[in-house]
Design a protein around this ligand. Sequence first.
Ligand SMILES: [Zn+2]
Length: 412
Amino acid sequence: MLSFRLAARSAALFLAPTLAIAQGSPVRAFTGFTLVDGTDRSPVPNATIVVREGRIVAAGPANSVTIPAGAQRVSLAGKTVIPGFINAHGHVNEPKDLRTYAAYGVTTVFSLGGEPASVFAARAEQNTAALDRARVFVAGPVLDPKTPDDARKQVADVAAQKVDIVKIRVDDNLGTTPKMTPEVYRAVIDEAHKRGFRVATHLFYLADAKSLLAAGSDFVAHSVRDADVDADFISSIKRRGVCYSPTLMREVSTFVYESTPDFFADSFFLAHANAEWVRTLQEPARQQAMRASKSAQQYKVALEVAKRNLKKLSDAGVPIAMGTDTGPTGRFQGYFELMEIEMMVKAGLTPRQALASATSAAARCMKLDRELGTIEPGKWADMVVLDANPLTDIANVRRIASVWIAGNQVAR
Ligand SMILES: [Zn+2]
């Protein structure tokens, strides 16, 4: 028995370094932490994760995982490891935004419109074990057709750009602008589906949400904010298996700068915040204008409607995908995603539900779950290391010790 064990061990010693060298990137073994893997499984104390070529090859209790000899060991004693956060509705303005998101544990961003060519290029380069910034998926230009013919032409254009999803807005901005008509958005959705693309829809009103679902919308990219959702909407969204992204922080950003928000004093926020925005958002004239803004006050009320609707839909079993609409001025990438997760809990979700919406559920909703969203063999090793367990207190999502993408530590 003893000699057998020794033989097995020396075989492992021989094999593992060979693999590591042959495949050109280190095998890493993370040890000694509590694993919250993003599935329904209970947290695993004293866990081990083995990563090779950027992907997880094993994850589980230390006594069930064999660490290949020659693996580079990373002790995470006392920490909690969770999957990297997936933002199902952000906006990436330039490639360096992907480092900002990653600094706060957001390891994937589904950018829903307006990306420049440099961000498309970043997407093309990310399928590598050397990655050390957030992954990005793109919608390209938000379509704004005026006729059904124009709609089909615009869909053909973004299809040629190989976008990951098609994006439209159906909104009158609180009655101030014309809204896309049903015949036009039906043409967008029909043409996108014919070409094999999904359609994400920006909306505000319950009536539009129902009509968009009936037309085949594949993703509700904002909360319903004018009215409480009703049984008709709930049964429709469930029947179609469509995911819902609350983007509560979008609402917050429309009124919170009527004074200087508390988070402007948080060093964790300031570490990566856009300094120009921080400066201009503190200008007294600007804050006064927001205080006086009718729309700001309306969106403040809309946020409370959105929170109630999130709770109702979550209770009904509708898949919720964490999204924020970060990227435009005043919507700070990375930090706002952590606030969004906390706000979802304030709206009535459990920490486990909020975490799922920001990891496994977001991955499923955006069709990324073959590669992302949980810590399981075969997936990319995108992970956040926390000083404390967020299932105990969701505020622990802020206590980030380190972030890893494809098993590489993110500079932050
Ligand atoms: Zn958006």
